[in-house]
Design a binder for this molecule. Structure first.
Ligand code: NAD
Length: 262
């Protein structure tokens, strides 16, 4: 244990897979009691020890509120809330006019409203504790008007902005709120970007996932390597710990230098 969050209670949305999963695991390793809210079961439950997985769709505010009440009744407190649930539109690499209008709504509801729902449902518990954190997960795409997936990019920009609003509102209560922006992380979401691109290439010229990502990383990541879910998780527990006690309202990139001007 580096930060010792023993006895603290953490809620992680999107904690069944990828980055959210790594964050949930890191909090467990720091001794915290972890509740995962996800619409799918945890992929590798054995590695989690006694983590509580509660099937929840974050787009449903009543469902999130019910989970907040259940967790508070069961655990008696909530110290940290991490909003990592996210989706892309599935229409990657198209100009915005070729993204079906209906696709915007789901991306907005999961990424933006899913984050708002958690913040709204858990703020009474956080304010009551008077010493916790709210952590959102956006993306470098939210900072650069990425053409990869316009609805996703715009939604992540909204998450960054909303996090700043929450940081100002929660600061008088001793709660810190920050936003993590991963760069290129090998997860199912990242692979789905490749699959969407590959499905539109002529059969004889399609790159493999590894070739495609190697090329992208060479082009846009100054450190020339993948970011790992654990890199993001390490910063998440640091921010939740007393070591991060003077950090709030910040957008922190874990992106190998992809974005350097925000
Ligand atoms: N992988 C990357 O390269 C990358 C880069 C930048 C930002 N991100 C962000 O990091 C976060 C985690 O993504 P990931 O790459 O680990 O993807 P992932 O697909 O592995 O995990 C996303 C999780 O969110 C859950 N989820 C989706 N919709 C939900 C809903 N309506 N209700 C509850 N849970 C829901 C999924 O079931 C899944 O477990 C996302 O917010 C994503 O936008 C990822």
């Amino acid at each position: 244990m580096k930060f010792d969050l023993s006895g603290q209670v953490v809620v992680v949305s999107g904690g069944s897979s990828g980055i959210g999963w790594a964050i949930a695991r890191e909090f467990r390793q720091e001794g915290a009691r972890v509740y995962v809210l996800d619409r799918q079961p945890i992929a590798a439950p054995g590695e989690f020890g006694d983590v509580m997985a509660l099937l929840t769709d974050v787009t449903d505010f009543s469902a999130v509120q019910r989970r907040a009440d259940e967790i508070t009744t069961q655990a008696g407190r909530v110290d940290h809330v991490v909003c990592a649930a996210g989706v892309g539109s599935g229409h990657f690499g198209f100009p915005f006019w070729n993204v079906p209008i209906e696709s915007w709504d789901r991306v907005w509801r999961v990424n933006v409203m899913g984050t708002v729902h958690l913040a709204q449902a858990f703020q009474p518990m956080l304010r009551e504790r008077g010493d916790g954190t709210l952590l959102t997960v956006a993306s470098v795409a939210g900072q650069i008007g990425s053409q990869t997936d316009p609805p996703y990019s715009a939604a992540k920009a909204a998450v960054i902005n909303f996090t700043q609003c929450t940081a100002k509102d929660l600061a008088p209560f001793g709660i810190r709120a920050n936003c993590l922006c991963p760069g290129m992380v090998r997860t199912p979401l990242n692979r789905s970007v490749y699959e969407s691109w590959a499905s539109r290439q002529p059969a004889d010229s399609t790159e493999t996932y590894d070739e495609w990502t190697d090329r992208k990383i060479r082009q846009v990541v100054p450190l020339q390597r993948w970011q790992e879910p654990e890199d993001v998780a390490a910063l998440a527990v640091f921010l939740a710990s007393p070591r991060g006690r003077n950090i709030t309202g910040q957008t922190l990139n874990v992106d190998g230098g992809f974005v350097m001007h925000w």
